[in-house]
Design a protein around this ligand. Structure first.
Ligand code: TRP
Length: 681
């Protein structure tokens, strides 16, 4: 076992690891998720919840995944197994959903390849781009080109659209060659796939900002609508976006960190990655809105005005309809389109192979099979399952599956599970010490509270909220159903995939691996249980149960007082149980299961109560119709301030991280770290 650990491959350099993690985080979501959400939820005002979410959830959780991966030197399933044998399924669940992502993510890369090809053809032939068109009909043209000609036009091989299939295979071949030699090579490839899209994004942004009318576009992006901050949905989407954007919950970051050198920094790297991801999203938004502003100006001058809000869209509609259309209105369209789609390819490919690596490492670590066999098999299975999205309904199907994986039952639930499991069932202090020992700056005890209390409550609320939405759909007879009551096939398949993933995760964790025979007996059983924690744990469980009872009573009687007393009781329990874990989880003692159970019950209760409060608040706010913002032709003064503040924040943030890294490196070559003997369980 020890031998195996020492032989684990490592990243060539710190930069290689940081760039690979940034490459995974920075993906299509930064370009078609963030800017559109910012625009829809209050413009510049959205940055406040986003930045709060980044520091409350994003970076602490990134550190959690990094330190678990680094501590155990294992991919997700085995890493969770080290915490507790029964927890392996949590790791598998993430990894299996990761596999579901890699069935469809390459299909989007395939679209980009096709559009790149079209741009090249147009450059060489001098013909206009196939999606080009004038005025408002042009928008429809571009949309028809994507949804009709490209996705469902002729050229079928059996039920599959030939061109997309070919490009899909190309995408897989490209991914295969990026990762087949292991992370050392990945660490070199990302020096290309991360800076390249940044350069192209900067070029697109500068180009956008030099267009006439760009300020009008930016006004749509940045002019703040502070009233949106009062709406809980704004916060909900900000937290969701941060979580998604950092590629959390599918074991990717955990796996990447498992290949890190033993002495490598953790905390500072996580901060750098979080800030770099945010910077990319923000600049991506500037590039998009400035260009679309330029388009609005040109079409208005030509007498066929197409305002920004008529075209702006999120998701594939932005990347394959709105933005290509906007570029086509401007001089040098084909070249700019080539740059744009090439950027999307380089942006997406490192996210795609990061998750392939996480699945691959999960299987290799568990079975001991050879990488060189597992990867080709996985690629073929990936292409095979990817065929589903190359059919006539492919894109809508892709959207549905994505909605499930990145929705309640996917990302949100696994993230919640991860925090609860690691916060309440493992020795968080061991992970924190592990991270602190080798990092440029140190985490305080606040981090324990963030992982154990704050993140589970936030994610729990988001989870229950989506569940609440689903229940409402169910009551209206719309859950998994069309308006006419017939079953919506793609939704049913999506739901089916989620259920199968869960069962499969449990099955995979039951299957014995050759490594497990040598596993040391967990030190956990040797530590006596703390009797103080036991009695206060029992007390906590009782109060938490009373709090839940109060919650139910509040629901039936609709009395706010009951709701608030329920929260108050639960908070008290939570604090008490947290203190029990902080004090009695150490080398000589373990806290009682009751202290853990009490805390988790209290988290569930608080999440439910907060949800009810937020839903009521939403209803109240929705009653007060807010006026749509009037956008001036230039950026307002406030927006300039927002722009400046964000840039200063990014520069100061990254500067601080680099300064910490430099001073830490200069102070001392870290002394040889002792090999870990502690156990997480
Ligand atoms: N972070 C990626 C983006 O912003 C998307 C993503 C979410 C992802 N979860 C992932 C990518 C897991 C790879 C693996 O587009």
């Amino acid at each position: 076992m020890e031998l195996l650990e020492e032989q684990r491959e490592t990243w060539g350099s710190r930069g290689g690891f940081v760039l690979a993690a940034v490459g995974s985080a920075v993906g299509l979501g930064n370009l078609w998720g963030f800017p559109y959400k910012l625009y829809s939820y209050g413009g510049g005002a959205f940055l406040i919840p986003y930045i709060v979410a980044m520091f409350c959830i994003g970076i602490p959780m990134l550190i959690l995944e990094f330190s678990l991966g680094h501590f155990t030197q294992r991919a997700a399933p085995d890493a969770f197994r080290r915490v507790n044998k029964r927890l392996e399924f949590v790791g598998w669940w993430g990894v299996i959903l990761g596999f579901v992502i890699i069935t469809y993510y390459p299909t989007i890369l395939a679209y980009c390849f096709s559009y790149m090809g079209d741009s090249l053809v147009s450059i060489f032939s001098g013909n206009p781009l196939p999606w080009a068109g004038e005025g408002i009909e042009g928008v429809e043209n571009a949309s028809n080109y994507f949804f009709k000609d490209y996705l469902t036009g002729g050229g079928y091989i059996g039920p599959f659209r030939g061109e997309i299939l070919l490009m899909l295979i190309l995408a897989w071949v490209a991914m295969y060659f990026c990762i087949f030699r292991g992370v050392n090579l990945v660490g070199k490839i990302v020096w290309l796939t991360v800076p390249l899209p940044w350069i192209m994004l900067l070029i697109l942004a500068v180009r956008g900002l030099t267009l006439e009318g760009c300020m009008k576009g930016l006004a749509f992006y940045l002019d703040p609508d502070w009233t949106q901050l009062a709406k809980p949905t704004t916060w909900r989407f900000a937290f969701g976006q941060v979580f998604f954007s950092l590629s959390l919950a599918f074991g990717v970051m955990l796996t990447y960190a498992s290949f890190l050198h033993r002495k490598s920094d953790i905390n500072n790297n996580a901060a750098i990655i979080g800030i770099a991801d945010f910077a990319t999203s923000f600049i991506g938004g500037i590039a998009i809105f400035a260009t679309i502003g330029g388009m609005a100006h040109i079409t208005a001058q030509a007498g066929q005005p197409v305002p920004v809000n008529e075209v702006i869209n999120g998701g594939p509609g932005l990347a394959f309809v709105a933005f290509p259309y906007a570029l086509a209105q401007l001089p040098g369209a084909a070249w700019w389109s080539l740059i744009f789609f090439f950027m999307l390819v380089t942006l997406g490919i490192d996210s795609a192979f990061s998750i392939t690596e996480s699945v691959l490492a999960g299987i290799v670590d568990k079975t001991g099979w050879r990488r060189s066999i597992v990867l080709p098999v996985m690629s073929i299975v990936g292409i095979g399952t990817g065929l589903m999205y190359v059919t006539i309904d492919g894109l809508s199907f892709l959207g549905t599956v994505d909605g499930f994986v990145n929705g309640t039952w996917g990302i949100a639930f696994i993230g919640l599970l991860e925090c609860v499991v690691l916060g309440w069932f493992s020795r968080l202090d061991v992970l924190r010490d592990h991270a602190n020992e080798r990092s440029d700056w140190h985490l305080g005890r606040w981090w324990n509270a963030a992982i154990r209390i704050v993140i589970p409550v936030v994610l729990g609320t988001l989870f229950f909220w989506s569940l609440y939405d689903n229940i409402a759909q169910f009551k209206a007879g719309e859950f998994l159903r069309n308006a006419d009551g017939t079953c919506r096939i793609s939704d049913c398949v999506g739901m089916g995939i989620m259920v199968v993933a869960c069962l499969l995760a449990v099955m995979m964790s039951l299957f014995r691996s050759p490594h497990h025979k040598t596993e040391k007996q967990s030190a956990k059983l040797l530590r006596p249980e703390s009797s103080t924690a036991r009695s206060s744990g029992i007390f906590g469980c009782v109060i938490a149960a009373v709090a839940l009872g109060l919650f139910i009573a509040a629901m039936t009687s609709e009395q706010a007082v009951l709701l608030y007393s329920s929260i108050a009781l639960a908070v008290a329990t939570l604090v008490m149980c947290h203190v029990m874990l902080e004090r009695f989880d150490n080398d000589s003692m373990r806290p009682s299961g009751f202290a853990r159970a009490g805390g988790i019950l209290a988290i569930a209760d608080i999440s439910l109560c907060v949800l009810i409060i937020l839903i009521n608040l939403s209803k109240k706010v929705a009653d007060k119709q807010t006026k749509p913002l009037e956008h001036a032709d230039t950026l307002s003064g406030t927006s300039y301030i927002i722009l400046g503040v964000v840039f200063v924040l990014i520069v100061l943030g990254l500067g601080w991280c680099f300064w910490k890294a430099i001073t830490a490196a200069a102070k001392n070559e870290p002394e040889q770290l002792q090999p870990e003997e502690k156990s997480l369980g």
